[in-house]
Write a protein of this length. Structure first.
Lengths: 118, 114
């Protein structure tokens, strides 16, 4: 199946700093990627839809100025947590859809990035 | 709005015993239904999915799920559980066509005892 990678897998940053998380589709192109956030022992909450070449679409309640999403190419989307605070500590997971006609048309998930803000 | 309910937060089964994880969904049209498994600190792996056709869906690792429209359910089953099946299981629902958002249930944590 298709592979989605995330980098870094774990990151610790100080409060007030920014951190960037990369999501890459390794062997397929993805015009649409999703960013999820998962709190401990809870489900995945969709944060935003990342569209290549256009602005991301944020879910209600997600601060777009805090969680900056850039989908600059068909294989890379980045999530930047700006001015991070301890409450931003979470497990962030991205996913990417294959393009119809390129193998299975389904959503593939990255392995996640554990963000800890101290 | 679409939603998913997984009524069992935590389930414990003995190795070799059968397993059924419950999932009920709410969706206005014909849903796309998914079951994912997540090991600790890992991303999600697709076990199986239902789009249309045969309501009994076979997945990887010996799992199957049955779509019952009348009950709005999509329960996951496995006839004999292995210790390596211990993980968190998420049921999800999405729409057809295009890059539809998927809504996840709260998950069921499966513990397997010897």
């Amino acid at each position: 199946g298709a592979v989605v990678s995330q980098h870094p897998s774990r990151v610790i940053c100080k409060s007030g700093t920014s951190v960037k998380i990369e999501c890459r589709s390794l062997d397929f192109q993805a015009t649409t990627m999703f960013w999820y956030r998962q709190f401990p022992k809870q489900s995945l909450m969709l944060m935003a839809t990342s569209n290549e070449g256009s602005k991301a679409t944020y879910e209600q309640g997600v601060e777009k100025d805090k969680f900056l999403i850039n989908h600059a190419s068909l294989t890379l989307s980045t999530l930047t947590v700006t001015s991070a605070h301890p409450e931003d500590s979470s497990f962030y997971i991205c996913s990417a859809y294959t393009i119809p006609g390129q193998g299975d048309y389904e959503q593939y998930f990255g392995p996640g990035t554990r963000l800890t803000v101290t | 709005a679409q939603s998913v309910t997984q009524p069992d937060i935590h389930i414990t089964v003995s190795e070799g015993a059968s397993l059924e994880l419950r999932c009920n969904y709410s969706y206005g049209a014909t849903p796309y239904l998914f079951w994912y498994v997540q090991s600790p600190g890992q991303g999600l792996q697709l076990l199986l999915k239902y789009f249309s056709g045969d309501t009994l869906v076979q997945g990887i690792k010996g799992f199957e799920a049955e779509f019952k429209r009348s009950q709005s359910s999509f329960n996951l089953r496995k006839p004999s559980v292995h210790w390596s099946d211990a993980a968190e299981y998420f049921c999800a629902v999405g729409g057809s066509g295009g890059y539809q958002k998927v809504t996840f249930g709260t998950g069921t944590k499966l513990q397997v005892i010897p």
